[in-house]
Design a protein around this ligand. Structure first.
Ligand code: NAG
Ligand code: NAG
Length: 626
């Protein structure tokens, strides 16, 4: 009675279920989210950035023991019972969906003879609660209101497939990475001030540089630059002699009246190293000797300064958060510290910076990482935003130039990533991953220092784009050296696996025995493709051979990943004789997105047919059964 009289409950939870005959039941796999499967944004806000609020395997039907019998006794009113007993067309008369008088009655639904749930019956039709169906079949749905009424929207897959904007090219957008926001993910501890790239807590609480994440950070900014609208940029300081017109020394001297011998000094000088005019400043150590420049009211996401200090500089930026109730201070020091927070002060070390270099900071990201700072693997969620920047303050001693505020600054962030790859490649051509990685019981864990074909490939995709923008050989040379580990077997420290003594495969995780992770392999092929297309033919020959060999293996082995209703993530079931590791929807759509890209560069009809089938799985279509 209680339930039946509640109209809102009805609307939210109950749906016709007869369309179900063709669904497969899949279960959440336990693997952690990883870089390769960074989720494409869902319709709602920040959910994609913080994917740790997803159901644990334990919460899902079938994964563990059945829930206790929990049918409560419901009674329908006699009028409804009479209506139902009279039989007839379920849609005639007081159709429940039309909001008329409900004709359903409560009913026990016994699920697989294991447990019961509360269902409803209307004549010959039975209704199950959507909250149950959602978990049982791993579908998603929500009530959407538009065109003046509510309707329920059902999705077989909760993850979206992106339509590519055009055929893939090595200088173009990387897949659909313009939708990624790598730095805001909760497993990114912070953006390093010294390196300008994300620092990960993906596989452990101690922050480390994860090349895959760094490449994705770079490629997402590269792709955003090609797809977003132009940023608004305001220059605050050019270092060109207009000193004193904007900078203020509060409580001391009026602007333009700075004189030598005073604790605060400021002048425009010509710098030998850059051959340009820069601002030289020196303030005392005390709290009241500093230089400040006021900012505008516009929301700023990026801040850059060119600095060369060699001395201690402490610049800080005061920002007002949402509602202007609370003021935070983002401190950028010449120290090495990654991030710390004390009260409303958040600290980042930019390193000593004795050569001229550009520092680009995403103020909103820096604020959120500080507010959400924790000792665990994940940064705490926060929706805090910056209402306005109230001032930029310089303290200490140094030289600085070109201070700007902008609504975005993608290309400098892209180059922060590309430059990181140039600086951090080892003499075997690899970008070692300095964290222990255990994929699954039965495979040896990878000790720190392993290479990943995916990291190598994504680095190549980043470096070739940097080369195409600048024609700077350092980028291309690093990408070319990055092919070296592809010929070295996993057990000798490379990334090469061979399937059934025949098919060569580049391993995302070079485990023993091999794991044959599909998505990481395809990412590595894309990197090789970018390189072979970018490098002069002779130099790119090795990449071309590796690419073609890899494509042959992919075509031969792709059927092994096809379940008829979805895909598997790797071949652990074959290698270890255990249950298959079914790709959850966002991994499956990653497979589809990757395949889409390959189809745009390789006309093989078998690839295209596989793509069509895999897309169909996301709509509930399945391979024919016998
Ligand atoms: C993209 O990068 C170019 C070159 O750095 C820049 O001029 C342009 O404003 C950027 N556009 C966007 C949307 O970031
Ligand atoms: C500041 O910007 C100007 C104009 O873009 C440039 O010529 C100058 O080299 C920059 N200064 C430094 C120190 O990079």
């Amino acid at each position: 009675m209680r339930l039946i009289s509640s109209r809102t409950n009805f609307k939210a939870l109950w749906l016709v279920t007869f369309i179900f005959c063709g669904l497969s039941v899949t279960f959440w796999s336990r693997q952690c989210p990883e870089e390769s499967q960074a989720r494409a944004p869902l319709a709602r806000g920040d959910r994609d950035y913080y994917d740790n609020d997803r159901p644990a395997a334990e919460e899902l039907p079938g994964a563990v023991k059945a829930p206790p019998h929990h049918l409560s006794i419901l009674t329908a009113d006699s009028g409804q019972l009479a209506g139902n007993l009279a039989g007839g067309n379920a849609l005639a008369g007081g159709n429940a969906l039309a909001g008329g008088r409900h004709k359903y009655q409560p009913m026990e639904c016994l699920i697989n003879e294991e447990y019961s749930i509360e269902c409803r019956r209307e004549n010959d039709e039975v209704y199950l609660p959507f909250s149950f169906l959602e978990k049982y079949f791993e579908v998603s749905g929500h009530i959407a209101e538009y065109d003046g009424y509510d309707r329920f929207e059902w999705q077989h897959s909760y993850s979206r497939i992106y339509q590519p904007r055009g055929p893939y090219t090595p200088a173009g957008i990387f897949m659909s990475f313009e939708n990624y926001n790598v730095e805001i993910r909760d497993r990114v501890k912070a953006i390093s001030g010294v390196e300008g790239v994300p620092v990960s807590t993906q596989w452990g609480p101690d922050p480390y540089f994860y090349p895959i994440q760094i490449a994705q950070f770079g490629l997402s900014h590269y792709s955003k630059n090609l797809t977003e609208k132009e940023p608004r940029v305001t220059v605050y300081e050019r270092g060109d002699g207009r000193v004193g017109t904007r900078w203020e020394v509060p409580g001391k001297l009026s602007p333009g009246k700075l004189s030598p011998g005073k604790p605060v000094q400021l002048e425009s000088v010509t710098d030998k190293d850059c051959g340009c005019r820069v601002l030289q400043f020196s303030t005392g150590e005390t709290l009241d000797s500093y230089l400040q420049v006021f900012s505008t009211g516009e929301t700023v996401h990026s801040y850059s300064q060119v600095c060369n200090t060699g001395e201690t500089v402490h610049s800080y930026i005061q920002v007002f958060s949402t509602g202007e109730t609370k003021q935070y201070i983002l401190h950028y020091t010449s120290g090495q510290q990654l991030i710390s927070a004390r009260g409303t002060s958040i600290y980042y070390g930019l390193g000593p910076r004795t050569d001229w270099s550009l520092v680009t900071r995403d103020l909103l990201c820096d604020l959120r990482k500080g507010v959400g700072l924790s000792n665990s693997k994940s940064v705490k969620k926060t929706k805090i935003t910056i209402k306005r920047v109230s001032k930029v303050v310089l303290q200490g001693k140094g030289r600085i130039s070109n201070i700007t505020m902008a609504t975005s600054s993608h290309i400098p962030q892209f180059f922060d990533a590309a430059d990181w790859f140039v600086r951090n490649q080892d003499d075997r051509g690899g970008w070692p991953i300095n964290v222990i990685r255990k994929l699954v019981d039965g495979m040896q864990e990878l000790p720190p220092g392993w290479y990943s074909a995916m990291a190598q490939g994504q680095a190549m995709s980043t470096l070739t784009r940097a080369f195409l923008r600048t024609r700077d050989r350092r980028y291309l040379d690093a990408a070319l050296r990055g092919t070296k580990p592809f010929r070295v077997p996993s057990e000798s420290g490379g990334v090469l696996a061979v399937f059934m003594n025949k098919h060569r495969w580049y391993e995302e995780y070079p485990t023993t025995p091999s794991s044959f992770v599909l998505n990481g392999f395809i990412y590595s092929l894309i990197g090789l493709y970018d390189l072979k297309e970018t490098a002069p033919a002779q130099e790119g020959r090795e990449a071309a051979e590796l690419f073609e060999e890899g494509m042959r293996s992919l075509k031969a082995m792709m059927p092994l990943y096809d379940t008829g209703a979805g895909t598997v993530y790797d071949l652990r079931h074959f290698m270890l004789g255990i249950a298959p590791n079914i790709a959850r929807w966002d991994y499956h759509t990653t497979h589809v997105n990757l395949l889409q890209l390959l189809v745009s560069i390789d006309p093989d009809p078998a690839l295209a047919a596989t793509l069509r089938r895999w897309v169909g799985y996301t709509k509930g279509r399945r391979a024919k059964h016998n």
